[in-house]
Design a protein around this ligand. Structure first.
Ligand SMILES: Nc1nc2c(ncn2[C@@H]2O[C@H](COP(=O)(O)OP(=O)(O)OP(=O)(O)O)[C@@H](O)[C@H]2O)c(=O)[nH]1
Ligand SMILES: [Mg+2]
Length: 235
C-alpha cells in the first residue's frame, strides 16, 4: 500500500483537485493507495469537502486541534498512515502527482531508498517568472544544506521512502517547514535519488511560508549539523 501524506492548512480550494490528480496517477497501479490530509483545524470547509471526497476516493482527513506546524503534521501523518511506502507532498498542486509512480517504482525495485521530486536536476523546472528574491530564497538554503545531503533540491517537500527506513520518532526534532531533509539526514538512507518535476506555482489559497518559518529553518539546520557532527557525516 502507498500512503500519500499531505499536510494542509486552509487548502479547501485545492483538496478536490489534489484527490483527483492523485487518483488519476495511482488508481491504475498494482498497489492500493490511501490519501491522508493532515489538517490543523483549518475551519475553512476542508472537513466537509473531505467527507464528500472520501465517498469517491480512498481519502481521509485527520484534523489536529490546538497545534500548528507543517513538519509535525507530516510526522503525525506518517505515524497514522499504514502503507509500506510513504509519499509526502504539498496540497497546493506545486508537486505533480504524476511523478509518484516513478518514485514508487524506484523504491520497489530497490534502485533508491529515498526519492525526491526535484526542481533542480535536468528536466526539472520552476515557473520562469520567479523573482530573483524568490530564486535566492530557494537556492541559498540548498547550498547551505549541501554538506548534509547530496540531493540538488533538499528543500523539496515532495519525497518518498519505505516506512521501514523512517527514523525513530525520538530522533526527530521538527521545527518549521522542512521535514524531508530531517527524515533523510536521520533515517537509514544510502541511495537517495531525484526525479525531475515541474514545480507549478500555487493557483489557489494562500502561501503559509513566512519570514518566521525561514528563520526557523536556520535554527533547524543548526540542529541537523550538530546531529551529523555527533554521529558522522553521511555524504
Ligand atoms: N497541517 C499543516 N499544514 C501546513 C502548515 N503550514 C503549511 N502547511 C501545508 O504545507 C504545504 C506547503 O505550504 P505552502 O504554503 O505551500 O509553502 P511553500 O510551498 O513553501 O510556499 P509557496 O511557494 O508560497 O507555495 C501546503 O500543503 C500547506 O497547506 C501548518 O501549519 N499545518
Ligand atoms: Mg506551496
Amino acid at each position: 500500500m502507498i500512503s500519500v501524506v499531505v499536510p494542509t492548512y486552509r487548502e479547501a480550494a485545492n483538496l478536490r483537485l489534489v484527490a483527483e490528480a492523485v487518483d488519476a496517477a495511482l488508481a491504475g497501479l498494482a498497489d492500493e493507495y490511501e490519501l491522508l490530509f493532515i489538517d490543523d483545524d483549518s475551519q475553512d470547509g476542508s472537513e466537509e469537502i473531505c467527507s464528500e471526497l472520501c465517498k469517491r476516493f480512498p481519502a481521509r482527513i485527520v484534523v489536529r486541534k490546538g497545534v500548528r506546524g507543517l513538519a509535525t503534521a507530516v510526522i503525525h501523518g506518517i505515524a497514522v498512515s499504514s502503507g509500506d511506502i510513504v509519499v509526502v507532498m504539498d496540497a497546493d498542486l506545486s508537486h505533480p502527482p504524476s511523478a509518484i509512480p516513478t518514485m514508487v517504482e524506484r523504491l520497489q525495485r530497490g534502485d533508491s531508498d529515498f526519492v525526491l521530486g526535484s526542481r533542480y536536476i535536468e528536466g526539472g523546472s520552476i515557473h520562469d517568472d520567479w523573482s530573483v528574491f524568490r530564486k535566492l530564497n530557494s537556492l541559498i538554503p540548498s547550498v547551505l544544506t549541501r554538506p548534509l545531503c547530496p540531493l540538488k533540491d533538499p528543500m523539496s517537500g515532495f519525497f518518498a521512502f519505505r516506512r521501514t527506513d523512517m527514523p525513530a520518532a525520538g530522533l526527530l526534532s521538527p521545527i518549521g517547514y522542512k521535514i524531508g531533509l530531517e527524515i533523510y539526514v536521520k533515517g537509514n538512507f544510502n541511495d537517495p535519488s531525484e526525479v525531475p518535476i515541474h514545480f507549478a506555482d500555487r493557483q489557489r489559497g494562500e502561501s503559509k511560508l513566512s519570514l518566521k518559518e525561514q528563520l526557523n529553518f536556520l535554527r533547524h539546520l543548526g540542529r541537523l549539523y550538530a546531529y551529523r557532527l555527533r554521529f558522522g557525516m553521511k555524504s
